[in-house]
Write a protein that binds this ligand. Structure first.
Ligand SMILES: [Zn+2]
Length: 377
C-alpha cells in the first residue's frame, strides 16, 4: 500500500485547445437523432475568421481526412499561441446524410424521403437584411461590413427550424455568415481538383487556388440555387449591386472546393491538402507562420458559363476514351455510349479545353450528364 502523501496528484482535466460545441438537431424523417460538432480555435470574435466544413454532401469524403489533419495541426498551433484569428471547423457537416445507408452504400447527397439536395436552398441573406440596412450604410466600408454582419446574425437568430435538415442548414450558415473566409469541401465523381468561387472574389482568391493547386477555377455570380458557398459569398455581391452608392466590399471569400473524387481518398492527399489550407490561412493572417512563396497557379479562372456538360442521348454502357485532366481539341472522341443492341453514340468534345470530371457510374441514359469540360468554343 502506498503512502497517500507520496502519490502523484491527479492530473488536471486536460483542456482542449478549442471550444467544442455540440448542437442537437433532433430527429430526422426516419426518427434517427443527430448532433452536429463545431470546433472553434482562437479567441471568439478574433479576425480574420475562417470557417471550413466538409461532407455536406455526406458521400463526398476526401475532406473528412483533411479535417482530421487540420484538427491535429490547429491544436498544436493553439498550444503554441499561433492562432491569430478564429478558425471554425465542422468536420462532418451532414450527420443526416451519413446515416442514410442503402445496401452497401451511404447515400449522402439528398435527403431520404424528400430527395432535397443537402447543398441547396440555403437562405438568401441579402434579401433577409436589405430592408434593415437601407438608409444606414455610410462611406466607411468596415462599418458597413459590421452593420451587415450584425443584421445577418439577427435575421438568422429569428429563423425557426422545424426539421433536423432545416436545423442543420441553419446551424451551418449561422456559424459561417460572418466569416471572412468560408470553405466548403466537396468531391466530384471522378475528377481533378477544381473549385468554384464568387466572381467578385477573383483575383483575390488566387492564393487559395494556387496553394491547393486547383486545375480550374469556375467563377459565378448569384444563381439562386442557394448552395452553401453562394449563401456565404453571394450576399456581398447582391448587396453591392443593390446599394451601388456606398462601399460594400466582398467581405467573405467563399468557395466550394472539389477535392478530386472518392477514388482519391488517401492519407497522402489529405496531408498535402491540409498543409496547403494551413499555408493559405497563414497568408490570410488567421495563423502565425511563414507560408513561403506563393506557388504559381497552373489552372485557369473561367466564368462558369464556360463549363460544358457532356450528356448522353441514348441508353447504354459508357466506354470512356479519356480521363479527367486530359486536354481535348474540338471534335476529339471522349466516350462511346454502347447500347445493348444497335449503333453506339459517340460523345465528342464541343470545344478546345480540359476534362475536369467524368461520371463514375458507367451507365448512361438520355440527358444523363457523363462529364464536365472547361474551355472555350
Ligand atoms: Zn458536393
Amino acid at each position: 500500500m502506498s503512502d497517500p502523501l507520496t502519490q502523484t496528484p491527479p492530473s488536471p482535466a486536460t483542456e482542449k485547445p478549442y471550444r467544442h460545441e455540440t448542437v442537437d438537431l433532433g430527429e430526422d424523417l426516419s426518427g434517427k437523432r443527430h448532433t452536429l460538432d463545431i470546433l472553434k480555435f482562437g479567441d471568439p470574435g478574433a479576425r480574420p475568421k475562417a470557417y471550413l466544413q466538409t461532407a455536406l454532401h455526406a458521400d463526398e469524403l476526401p475532406g473528412m481526412l483533411i479535417m482530421r489533419n487540420l484538427i491535429e495541426r490547429l491544436s498544436e498551433m493553439a498550444e503554441h499561441g499561433e492562432i491569430t484569428g478564429e478558425v471554425v471547423l465542422v468536420p462532418t457537416a451532414n450527420p443526416i446524410g451519413l446515416s442514410q445507408l442503402v445496401g452497401q452504400y451511404m447515400q449522402g447527397r439528398v435527403e431520404e424521403g424528400t430527395h432535397k439536395n443537402f447543398n441547396r436552398a440555403f437562405p438568401n441573406l441579402a434579401e433577409m437584411v436589405e430592408e434593415k440596412i437601407a438608409g444606414r450604410l455610410g462611406d466607411d466600408p468596415a462599418e458597413n461590413i459590421d452593420l451587415i454582419r450584425a443584421e445577418m446574425r439577427k435575421a438568422l437568430d429569428k429563423e425557426q427550424s422545424t426539421t433536423a435538415f432545416e436545423k442543420m442548414q441553419h446551424t451551418l450558415i449561422s456559424n459561417a455568415c460572418d466569416a471572412d473566409i468560408a470553405l466548403d469541401l466537396h468531391a466530384d465523381n471522378h475528377a481533378i481538383l477544381y473549385l468554384y468561387a464568387n466572381k467578385r472574389s477573383w483575383p483575390e482568391a488566387k492564393d487559395l487556388a494556387a496553394e491547393i493547386d486547383a486545375r480550374a477555377v469556375l467563377l459565378s455570380g448569384y444563381s439562386g440555387d442557394g448552395s452553401f458557398d453562394e449563401a456565404c459569398g453571394g450576399p456581398w455581391l447582391l448587396l453591392s449591386e443593390k446599394f451601388p452608392d456606398v462601399p460594400i466590399p466582398q467581405a467573405c471569400l467563399s468557395s466550394t472546393l472539389e477535392l478530386r473524387s472518392n477514388n482519391d481518398v488517401s492519407g497522402a492527399y489529405a496531408r498535402r491538402d491540409s498543409e496547403a489550407l494551413l499555408r493559405f490561412l497563414q497568408r490570410r493572417g488567421c495563423l502565425k507562420g511563414d507560408p513561403g512563396a506563393m506557388p504559381r497557379l497552373l489552372g485557369d479562372a473561367i466564368p462558369i458559363e464556360n463549363m460544358h456538360r457532356l450528356t448522353a442521348s441514348i441508353e447504354g454502357v459508357v466506354d470512356y476514351k479519356l480521363k479527367p485532366g486530359d486536354t481535348v481539341r474540338k471534335g476529339d472522341l471522349i466516350a462511346e455510349i454502347i447500347p445493348a443492341m444497335g449503333t453506339p453514340e459517340e460523345i465528342t468534345s464541343p470545344l478546345d479545353g480540359l476534362i475536369i470530371a467524368l461520371h463514375d457510374q458507367t451507365w448512361a441514359w438520355p440527358d444523363k450528364m457523363i462529364g464536365k469540360l472547361v474551355g472555350s468554343a
